[in-house]
Design a protein around this ligand. Structure first.
Ligand code: PLP
Length: 423
């Protein structure tokens, strides 16, 4: 494929007008021109098998014809209204049907907003202020979410460490931080601070790390016992681990969940979903002025995003979709295990088949501090080699998806074999 402006030239232009020469998300030297199915092409015409999939939304691959058709039809009818639309109402019905915790849904545009409002809603519902989050857990970019997301200094729990400049100390002081997967620690922390804790927010699979047996159940029981709202951040796991998300996959139902990525079919759409008595705090007529959580947004429930989401979820409901996703992920995991094993490189494959990566360490990874044991030189070398071989993946993740073909998997296997041998 021919291009007229090279990636290097685009990068130079980007450096003038974008801080850090990019959108802040991904290696700014990569400038993607196009995606189709399982593949993307950069502005120099280099082709990649895509395991980044837009950081998760493109679970069907790029430009799925049925999604494109649904979107095109909607585009002819209008792009955004601010008012309710039938597509947004229908999508809310589908989300409520799918997620065990959900009686109702409130739309926003990004997963990070959904998390921010979920925490605020929990404060409104409980009349308590503090948020318990886990070290290394990612919940978007609010002040609370940026506490102990990726702390460089490992101070004592439960103290929070801000990951960004510009957040007042008062936010830090409103947080309690615990190690993921440590049921004993969380139990004693909650018992000490129960009267102050509004919510426990958790990624059911934290970044890559699966919950230890019984951990999510412990959180559920603690939250129930102490009148705390349990929030599952399902922005990544929703409609990916199972149609009913991680709450179905791991068999534990939270009070609220947040959804994003897949539900917008590649367009900006996210949601807070949960129990009616908590969601009632978005409705002044139900809770009055004092308990009301004020929430509006220009693009909330956008009809183009809603039809893209509706079609995506319809395709995911077809028989065999989740089995195929799991089988594909298992094959990719097996490729890593085989080739890194043959190369004699210490590693752990961490995650679930739908979302995983390799951590180069001898020890099992149970939490954020475990991920810090990763041999960064190995990880960088493997990722760089894969990129060179035409495999595009996030630095510390790999998403399985439904557009991958047999040829893609074979090509990926060969690329992993090469990267492992180079170590
Ligand atoms: C678990 C989790 N929560 C929240 C977010 C934030 O979503 P968004 O980027 O749409 O704000 C992400 C994004 O990757 C995520 O992985």
């Amino acid at each position: 494929m021919k291009t007229t402006i090279s990636q290097a030239d685009w990068s130079a232009r980007a450096a003038e007008v974008l801080p850090g020469a990019g959108f802040g998300n991904f290696d700014p030297s990569l400038i993607v021109r196009e995606g189709k199915g399982s593949r993307v092409w950069d502005e120099d015409g280099k082709e990649y098998i895509d395991y980044l999939i837009g950081s998760g939304p493109m679970i069907l691959g790029h430009g799925h014809p049925e999604v494109v058709e649904a979107v095109q039809e909607q585009l002819g009818k209008g792009m955004t209204f601010f008012a309710n639309s039938a597509a947004g109402i229908e999508l809310a019905e589908v989300l409520v049907d799918a997620m065990a915790c959900a009686d109702q849904v409130r739309y926003v545009s990004t997963g990070g907003e959904a998390d921010m409002y979920a925490m605020r809603l929990a404060r409104a519902f409980t009349g308590k202020d503090r948020v318990l989050k886990f070290e290394g857990g990612y919940h978007g970019m609010s002040g609370e979410a940026l506490m102990s997301l990726a702390p460089k200094s490992l101070i004592n729990f439960p103290q929070a460490v801000p990951d960004s400049a510009g957040i007042p100390d008062s936010v830090r002081d409103g947080m309690l931080i615990a190690p993921f997967n440590d049921s004993d620690f969380v139990t004693s922390l909650v018992e000490e601070y129960a009267h102050e804790i509004a919510c426990i927010i958790v990624e059911p699979l934290q970044r890559l790390v699966p919950p230890a047996l019984g951990f999510l159940r412990t959180l559920r029981d603690l939250a129930t016992k102490h009148g705390i709202v349990l929030i599952f951040d399902e922005v990544v796991t929703g409609f990916r681990f199972a149609y009913g998300g991680a709450q179905e996959y791991y068999g534990v139902t939270p009070d609220l969940c947040t959804l994003g990525k897949v539900i917008g079919g590649g367009f900006p759409l996210a949601a807070v979903a949960g129990k009616a008595e908590i969601m009632a705090h978005f409705d002044k007529s139900k809770v009055g002025e004092k308990g009301f959580t004020f929430q509006i947004g220009t693009l909330s429930g956008n009809p183009v995003a809603s039809v893209a989401g509706l079609k995506t979820l319809e395709i995911l409901r077809r028989p065999g979709a989740y089995q195929m996703l799991k089988d594909t992920g298992e094959r990719l995991m097996q490729s890593y295990a085989t080739h890194l094993g043959a190369a004699g490189v210490a590693h752990q494959i961490v995650g679930e088949p739908m979302l995983f990566d390799v951590v180069f360490t001898e020890q099992p990874v149970r939490d954020y501090r475990g991920t810090l044991k990763n041999n960064a030189a190995h990880a960088n070398a493997v990722n760089a080699s894969l990129r060179q071989s035409g495999i595009l993946k996030p630095d510390s993740k790999l998403y399985a998806h439904l557009a991958l073909t047999e040829e893609d998997l074979q090509q990926t296997d060969a690329a992993i074999a090469k990267a492992a041998a180079q170590l």
